[in-house]
Design a protein around this ligand. Structure first.
Ligand code: KG4
Ligand code: ZN
Length: 331
């Protein structure tokens, strides 16, 4: 089981920062209500490289973090003096990117003598379900599918979860991004494949997804299958891109849905949820009609979900948090 379950509390104004990958984000959340949620995406900056360049991301976070915090305060019509707790993503993610957010959060907390709540990014994605106006109450089974992670977790209470399965190689979002690159689409690729797939036939190609033991996932094979199919098409490749995208998306979604249903049977879970960037996928949402999914803006990385998770993390008073370090891998 992960997570202490004791929280910073509810009736507090929390200012949260999120800089684990290529989104610089800040949000103000009070009692589960989002007062502001500002996300500055660096996607355009990384697009020409076809993926996130860590050093470029860190530098951009450094430029954006304070303007984004100021915008979040302004949108919430609040001042730093109104804030009760600072929250920040401590990991997992890109270490240099995380350190920018963590350092900024420490400085903000220190300057105002406020406590600091360090948040696990994965708990953040799950906590996107606890925000108003329609929060989900545990227990539930949750599929967390993003660019960096693909997990099935059992959530017995807010602030805690138990891992049932994970990917043994690529994350589902990574498979979307790599597939999109192969199809000559932009970065990030998930939304682009989602769009192109609407014009294609999902049964045109048979892309099997490897079944691994237990409740784990594997997505490295499906992108090789896409590579070979694209190569075999030769001159026909361009006109068949929509079919390739639709079939590829179908294979990934099928694998996610199958494992989620198996986990639900094994655990006897009555409620299902799906979170993370891939939860924005239209076919996945349609294939799990009974699963609760956050609004699209709360699926991809944002700081409102970090503030939401901070309510169930013990905030550290000054000066204890000054020694906190970021971590790159999931604990
Ligand atoms: O949660 P997120 O913003 O960042 C991580 O924590 O990794 O997830 C980003 C991932 C990217 O791989 C992106 O391609 C994928 O979410 N994604 C989608 C869609 N929108 C974003 N994948 C499939 N369909 C979408 N509509
Ligand atoms: Zn994420």
């Amino acid at each position: 089981m992960e997570g202490p379950g004791v929280g910073a509390g509810d009736a507090l104004l929390i200012l949260a920062l999120e800089t684990s990958c290529d989104e610089t984000a800040a949000a103000l959340v009070e009692d589960g209500h989002i007062r502001s949620n500002v996300v500055s995406s660096q996607a355009d900056l990384h697009a020409r490289f076809g993926g996130v360049v860590p050093e470029v991301a860190s530098r951009r976070h450094l430029e954006l973090v304070m303007p984004v915090v100021r915008e979040a305060l302004a949108e919430a019509d609040a001042m730093l003096g109104d804030v009760d707790t600072i929250a920040v993503t401590q990991g997992p993610g890109l270490i240099g990117a995380l350190l920018v957010g963590l350092s900024a959060a420490k400085a903000l907390a220190w300057g105002r003598d406020l406590p600091l709540a360090p948040v696990n990014h994965l708990h953040g994605h799950v906590a996107s379900l606890y925000l108003e106006p329609d929060p989900l109450e545990p227990p539930f089974l949750c599929l967390l599918a993003s660019g960096g992670h693909t997990l099935l977790v059992d959530v017995p209470e807010r602030g805690a979860f138990r891992r049932l399965g994970t990917t043994i190689d690529d994350a589902a979002g990574e498979a979307f991004d790599k597939g999109a690159r192969l199809l000559g689409l932009g970065y990030p690729g998930g939304a682009e494949i989602d769009r192109l797939a609407r014009e294609g036939d999902p049964e045109a190609f048979d892309f099997p997804v490897a079944r691994v033991p237990g409740l784990d996932f594997s997505f490295s094979g499906v992108k090789t299958a896409l590579l070979y199919a694209a190569r075999d098409l030769g001159d026909e490749f361009s006109e068949r891109r929509a079919d390739l995208a639709a079939s590829y998306q179908r294979a990934i979604v099928r694998a996610l849905v199958q494992r989620t249903q198996e986990a639900a049977e094994q655990t006897g879970a009555e409620r299902l949820a799906v979170v993370g960037g891939v939860a924005a996928n239209s076919e996945l949402r349609a294939s799990l009609p009974d699963a609760k999914a956050p609004p699209l803006a709360l699926c991809t990385d944002n700081a409102a979900m970090i503030a939401s998770a901070a309510r169930y993390v013990q905030a550290i008073p000054p000066p204890g948090y000054l020694a906190l370090d970021a971590y790159a891998s999931a604990l």
